[in-house]
Design a protein around this ligand. Structure first.
Ligand code: CTP
Ligand code: CA
Length: 226
């Protein structure tokens, strides 16, 4: 009984996970994006699935092997599309995990035809994308948990804690670029997890699957849970 209830400790919970990069179109054949592989997000999605949750994934373009049938799976490209999909689902979720590496800016206009090379230089005007976590954070419902990620290269803890407040997260997972064995395309990661309460823990360098389990354990420690 004990084993059963622990292994399915998220049963009955609906979980939304944004993951992967976004792609912001420049013209019909080009885009701006980033190095996110989606590995950490997918590890979290799998972990929730294993522990009994009903998992809704809104994913930017990734090239990972995944059985999409195990999830409610929504493929998106741009930040705008990711927001639209996540916003639709948000209201019925118990837990939202914002693991996507959303492009902060997008080209102000998408050229309708392929931009031809010319003798002059090319400049773009970039406009700010919607901040998905912040916008949904304003709509957070009582009893709902929001989990964010932060990637920092300087003043890591301070910046992460500032994001926790600003985006109305209950918990934030800091990926440190300084830690060896942690990073975008790797299978391993090292994280620091900050709770709203001020408590924090640091992981060892471990596989993203192990880190995912740790993140779920920390989610269960959030005061809202009891
Ligand atoms: N996030 C989001 N939508 C965006 C930008 C970020 O939902 N347009 C989410 C990320 O998924 C992550 C958190 O916000 O959970 C922090 O992302 P990050 O890029 O570290 O923070 P920013 O607020 O974009 O600040 P900066 O990139 O300048 O550090
Ligand atoms: Ca950003």
């Amino acid at each position: 009984e004990k084993f059963f209830s622990r292994s399915l400790d998220f049963q009955g919970k609906k979980v939304l996970i944004t993951m992967g990069p976004t792609q912001e179109a420049i013209d019909p054949v080009r885009f701006i994006s980033n190095h996110s592989s989606g590995k950490m997000g997918l590890a979290i999605a799998n972990s929730f699935l294993k522990r009994g949750a009903e998992v809704y994934v809104v994913s930017g373009p990734i090239s990972l092997k995944v059985d999409k049938n195990s999830f409610h799976w929504y493929d998106v490209k741009s930040a705008k599309d990711m927001y639209a999909a996540a916003h639709k689902l948000h209201g019925m979720m118990d837990i939202c995990v914002f693991a996507a590496a959303v492009a902060d800016y997008a080209p102000a206009e998408v050229a309708p035809e392929k931009i031809k090379k010319s003798d002059s230089e090319l400049t773009f005007k970039m406009v700010k994308n919607v901040d998905i976590a912040s916008e949904l954070g304003k709509m957070k419902q009582p009893g709902q948990l929001h989990i964010g990620f932060a990637l920092e290269t300087e003043n890591e803890s301070e910046n992460a804690k500032a994001k926790l407040d600003k985006k109305n997260f209950d918990l934030i997972v800091l990926n440190s670029m300084r830690d060896t064995g942690a990073g975008f395309q790797l299978d391993t990661n090292r994280v620091h997890i900050f709770q709203r309460s001020g408590k924090s823990i640091s992981s060892d360098v471990a596989t993203k699957d192990t880190i995912a389990e740790l993140i779920l354990d920390q989610i269960k420690l959030a005061p809202i849970w009891v």
